[in-house]
Design a protein around this ligand. Structure first.
Ligand SMILES: N[C@@H](CCC(=O)N[C@@H](CS)C(=O)NCC(=O)O)C(=O)O
Length: 234
């Protein structure tokens, strides 16, 4: 299901982004509710926002909108007025809706961090070029929708943006348009301790699927579950 090539290119993708999102940074006020995020894995603009969420240790309910997707794209357009990703809604601020990755990142660091975003996210064309290169290393994964059936309830993924294994899982969640609560678990995140308290010494990525009543860790087993449970023949 995942090959040595997948692991190599996913590791390379994290490398070209300087491991951005592997570690939690300076935190500001904590939101009560997870953000709502419409995005897709291979989108370089979306990656920047996902990195910001990992650095700020913020959770988001993710609605994957790959090309050709039918499950959430219309909803995103109806809610925000445009078919453009990333699209973020903050339920902690009167459902404030934001387009434009740089504006989203600036908003998140101003409100939930200590003001300024780290340089890896604010180098303009260089940030975008390295993010596009990371996407290119993994093409065609995480870009186009595949036939799937919807889960009864969103899945829950404990991971962080820079984890090569988590990327492989997110690609499948994206292609199958599976909504999921992304629980930020970068190094230094208290969510890691909470996860250990509830589930023992589990490896990341860790997936809880309430519809199937299972909790699984490790990219290979998580992906096998997603493919077996939700993928439909093309
Ligand atoms: N300037 C925007 C650009 C966003 C953008 O172009 N996103 C592309 C995906 S990479 C998009 O929404 N394309 C429309 C589509 O996928 O249908 C930003 O920084 O967020």
């Amino acid at each position: 299901m995942t090959s040595a090539f997948d692991h190599f290119t996913s590791t390379a993708a994290s490398f070209v982004r300087g491991q951005s999102g592997a570690r939690v940074g300076a935190l500001g006020p904590r939101p009560l509710e997870p953000f709502l995020l419409w995005e897709f894995e291979a989108c370089p603009f979306c990656r920047k926002v996902r990195e910001a969420l990992s650095i700020l240790d913020l959770d988001a309910l993710v609605f994957p909108c790959p090309r050709g997707g039918t499950r959430f794209r219309d909803e995103a357009r109806a809610r925000g007025g445009k078919t453009q990703f990333p699209f973020l809604v903050d339920p902690n601020a009167d459902d404030r809706a934001l387009y434009e990755s740089d504006a989203i990142i600036a908003y998140l660091f101003a409100r939930y961090g200590h003001g300024r975003a780290p340089r890896r996210l604010t180098l303009g064309p260089l940030t975008l070029a390295t993010s596009a290169l990371a996407s290119g290393l993994r093409l065609p994964r995480g870009r186009a929708a595949r036939p799937s059936r919807a889960p009864d309830a969103p899945l829950e993924l404990f991971a962080h943006e820079a984890s090569p294994d988590a990327r492989l899982v997110r690609e499948v969640l994206c292609e199958l348009e599976l909504p999921h609560l992304s629980r930020s678990c970068a190094e230094g995140s208290p969510t890691r301790d909470a996860l250990r308290t509830h589930h023992g010494d589990v490896a990341l990525p860790f997936l809880h699927d309430p519809s199937a009543g299972v909790s699984i860790h490790g990219a290979r087993d998580v992906i096998a579950h997603l493919e077996r449970t939700y993928a439909l023949p093309a």
